[in-house]
Structure formats: structure tokens, C-alpha cells
Design a protein around this ligand. Structure first.
Ligand code: PLP
Length: 430
């Protein structure tokens, strides 16, 4: 059974060209284009998947994001046709009325390994019955967002910025979602009403301290162009709002959404930044590279957010490949999150020690730009707290003992510290 979204609008794109580069391969991570290419690329995976499961669908339709949303795989019945489901997956998919919806776009489904139940992307979007197990330390709202919510759909936790949850709808649902309490709600399509938006806009308008608005959800880029444009223009019209940000997974799960029309609409409201959710280097396909290139070419600074997930991406090799691949797409790794203790997520959670070990394996070993901040979003609403490996090893006399990325020790004499007094700067010692 397929669900249709409220984000309906007529296709805004000319049909994709049939002459796509067949050599574009998933075996290597593509390089983001710095020019505006004429066609929408089609990766080898998508090509063979489409041929096998949607043989009568034109390339133009496949590249139409509305078609992708309408043909999402949402149940056991659809998924079993495209892959060999494990007993555990079958059991979980057959539990009636799930914790929150299952949905996978045909494009993202083409990236899943149909034979391997341990495939990292499969584990991130297909449920297991562990989701229904209740653990006392977990909750539906571990970040305490409700208590920092002045009006529905708005979280105001930090002094100068707000999180604006504009929709509960996503094209593809991640099983470890921090906002599983929100997603799939707000009526059939999951989009919040304009009445709720008006309340949030009124709050922002009346709160001059807010200089940065982070638009998230759900996935804001599943909104129709006119709704999104309306919202961005309204926010842009508020004098004290300096910066807009959008948090989205669309470039990874629905890259067809990054149409030229969308990009024209987004560049209207600069300075606009974006945080793109990525999980694994397998997501860095030619389609995703093109989506990122279009956004970067529109002058939108791109950052990434990744959740550290057990058995999915919790090793240095995988994350280094992901972060280096993102740099090639002009996406700067921004946050690596410890997996929040939402209900039914223990099978995803790694230890903090593992996270620190991974950070230790990145810093110094690859471009600093490829190293995100590792953060824990403090349960109960403390906000994001950064964690670093122990680079400060101790104090010896007047010296600080530091270690570098190779675990070699260095002294930093206290004497190096600059002591400043009124009207003068003195370097102590020597
Ligand atoms: C993550 C988050 C923000 C943005 O935090 P930055 O560190 O500025 O990216 C704002 N509000 C809430 C509630 C958040 O969770």
C-alpha cells in the first residue's frame, strides 16, 4: 500500500536526459561537479533496479521526486518483492501499526543490498522487533524538547537560535530517528498546518534574540516549492533573523528533489545554510553528488550530520570514507552524534569510548575539514555537548603534557602562555 504525500505539485523538471553516463559507478565515490551539468545522472544501481522492478517507468518519471514519494516502499508486501527479507525483518514488518512509519523511496531502495540483511543502509531504514522493546533509560523525548517548546513545533533551547519543526513528513524514515515522536504525525501527509507555522513565526517575530532559525522536521525539503518558499520568505522578512538553516536528508534519500526550481527558490533567501544527514559512504552516489553540486553552486554552505550507529558506521574506515567523500562533494562534516536514547534504539547505540576511539582515528590522520565534532545531545535537554579524546595528558611541574594524533607526548611549558596586563603584553620567561 502506497501513501501519497500532501507535498503534491506538478513535475517542475524537464525530463531527464536518456544519455546518462553509464560509466558513473558506485564503486567509487563521485566527485561533485563544479559546473551545471545538463542531465540528472543515473547510477548503475538505480539503473538495474529500475529495469528489474519498474521496467515500464520512464526515466523522466523515475527522476520526478513526486513519483519517488508516491512509490515509496511502505510495507512487508512491497519490500518482499525487491529483496530477500530476513526472518527478523519479516517479523518486525508484520507487527501491525508500527512505532512509526516505514518508508523507503525507490531510489534509496536501489541502494539496499537485496541479499544481505546486515547491509548498513538496510539496517538504518528497515525495522527489527528490537524497536518494540522498552528500556527504562529510554524515552520518546529524550532531549526534553517538549519543555523547551514555547509554541508547538518550535524548540528554543539556546540563547540565539531556534529549531523550527515544520513537518513530520519524511520521504524515508530512519529507524533511529530522534524525533520518532513527531514523524508521520500531522494528518496523513504529515505536514504541519499553516496555522501552527503562524504561531511559530509570531514567536520568532516577537523574540529579537533569535538570529538563527534552523528549519527541520521531518524533512522540510519534502514540502512543495510554494509552501517552502512562503515559509522562507516569511522568516527572511523578520529583521533580526540573520541566518536561515535547513536540516534535511533529501540529498541522500531523494536527490531528485533538488531540482533547478528548488535551487532558484532557495538562493532567494541567503544567507541560507544547510545540514545534510548522511549515514554511510554507500549514499554518495552520482545522483547525490549532482544534488550537492547544485546546492553548493547556489552558494549554500553545506554541512553534514551523521549519527554514530552500531554495526552500520561505527568504525574509522567507514566514517573516514564518508567524511572524505563528503568533502569531495563540497560538504563539510559538521556533527557526529552519539545515538540518542529514544525508545527502541539500544541495538543502534555504541559506547562513548567507541566514539572517542573513532575521533582519535580521524583527527590528524585526514584533512581537518573532514573531521566533525562528536557530540552528545544531553538527555533531559542540556543541549549538544562536545567530546574529545584526551589530548591533555596531565601537568608536569609547570608544563602541560599533550599528546598528538600519533600518541607521541609533547610538553607545552606554562612559560609559553601570554600574560597580558594593562597596556602591555609580556611573554613570560626567556
Ligand atoms: C542542534 C540544535 C540547534 C543548533 O545547534 P548548533 O550547535 O548551533 O548547530 C538548535 N536548537 C536545538 C534545539 C538543537 O537541538
Amino acid at each position: 500500500m502506497e501513501e501519497s504525500s500532501e507535498a503534491e505539485e506538478p513535475p517542475s523538471e524537464p525530463p531527464g536526459s536518456e544519455t546518462n553516463d553509464a560509466s558513473a559507478s558506485l564503486r567509487r565515490i563521485p566527485r561533485g561537479s563544479s559546473r551545471r551539468s545538463a542531465s540528472t545522472p543515473l547510477s548503475d544501481n538505480a539503473k538495474s533496479f529500475k529495469k528489474k522492478h519498474f521496467p515500464s517507468v520512464s526515466l523522466a518519471l523515475w527522476n520526478d521526486w513526486h513519483w519517488q514519494v508516491q512509490h515509496r516502499f511502505r510495507s512487508w508486501n512491497g519490500l518482499r518483492r525487491i529483496m530477500h527479507l530476513t526472518d527478523a525483518e519479516q517479523a518486525a514488518l508484520q507487527i501491525p501499526s508500527g512505532r512509526f512509519p516505514v518508508a523507503v523511496t525507490p531510489y534509496y531502495a536501489s541502494l539496499l543490498d537485496s541479499e544481505n540483511g546486515q547491509d548498513p543502509l538496510r539496517r538504518s531504514v528497515l525495522p527489527l522487533s528490537e524497536e518494540w522493546v522498552r528500556h527504562p533509560e529510554e524515552s520518546t523525548d529524550p532531549l526534553g524538547e517538549d519543555k523547551d517548546s514555547p509554541v508547538p513545533g518550535l524548540v528554543h533551547r539556546y540563547p540565539d537560535r531556534v529549531l523550527f519543526l515544520v513537518t513530520g513528513f519524511c520521504s524515508t524514515y530512519c529507524r533511529y530517528c530522534t524525533r520518532s515522536w513527531l514523524v508521520g504525525r500531522h494528518g496523513s501527509g504529515g505536514h504541519a498546518s499553516r496555522r501552527l507555522w503562524e504561531r511559530a513565526l509570531a514567536y520568532i517575530q516577537a523574540t529579537p534574540a533569535v538570529r538563527d532559525v534552523l528549519i527541520s522536521g521531518g524533512d522540510p525539503l519534502t514540502l512543495a516549492d510554494d509552501a517552502l518558499g512562503w515559509l522562507l520568505d516569511r522568516l527572511r522578512a523578520i529583521r533580526h533573523v540573520e541566518v536561515l538553516r535547513i536540516g534535511t536528508k533529501v540529498p541522500a534519500v531523494l536527490p531528485q528533489r533538488i531540482t533547478r526550481d528548488l535551487v532558484w527558490l532557495l538562493r532567494r533567501d541567503h544567507p541560507l545554510w544547510m545540514s545534510l544527514h548522511f549515514t554511510h559512504p554507500k549514499e554518495l552516489t552520482p545522483e547525490t553528488a549532482e544534488a550537492c553540486a547544485r546546492l553548493a553552486d547556489a552558494g549554500i554552505p553545506l554541512g553534514s550530520q551523521t549519527v554514530l550507529l552500531k554495526g552500520i558506521n561505527d568504525d574509522v574506515t567507514t566514517l573516514r570514507a564518508l567524511f572524505q567523500g563528503l568533502l569531495r562533494l563540497r560538504v563539510r562534516p559538521y556533527y557526529l552524534y552519539q545515538c540518542d536514547p529514544i525508545n527502541g534504539s539500544p541495538h543502534f547505540r555504541t559506547t562513548i569510548a567507541r566514539g572517542l576511539e573513532i575521533m582519535d582515528g580521524l583527527r590528524g590522520h585526514t584533512s581537518g575539514y573532514a573531521v566533525p565534532s562528536y557530540v552528545v545531545d544531553a538527555p533531559g535537554g542540556g543541549g549538544k555537548i562536545p567530546l574529545l579524546p584526551d589530548y591533555v595528558q596531565g601537568v608536569d611541574g609547570e608544563d602541560l603534557i599533550l599528546r598528538n594524533y600519533e600518541h607521541r607526548l609533547f610538553r607545552y611549558p606554562k612559560a609559553f602562555e601570554v600574560v597580558s596586563g594593562p597596556g602591555r603584553v609580556v611573554h613570560k620567561a626567556f
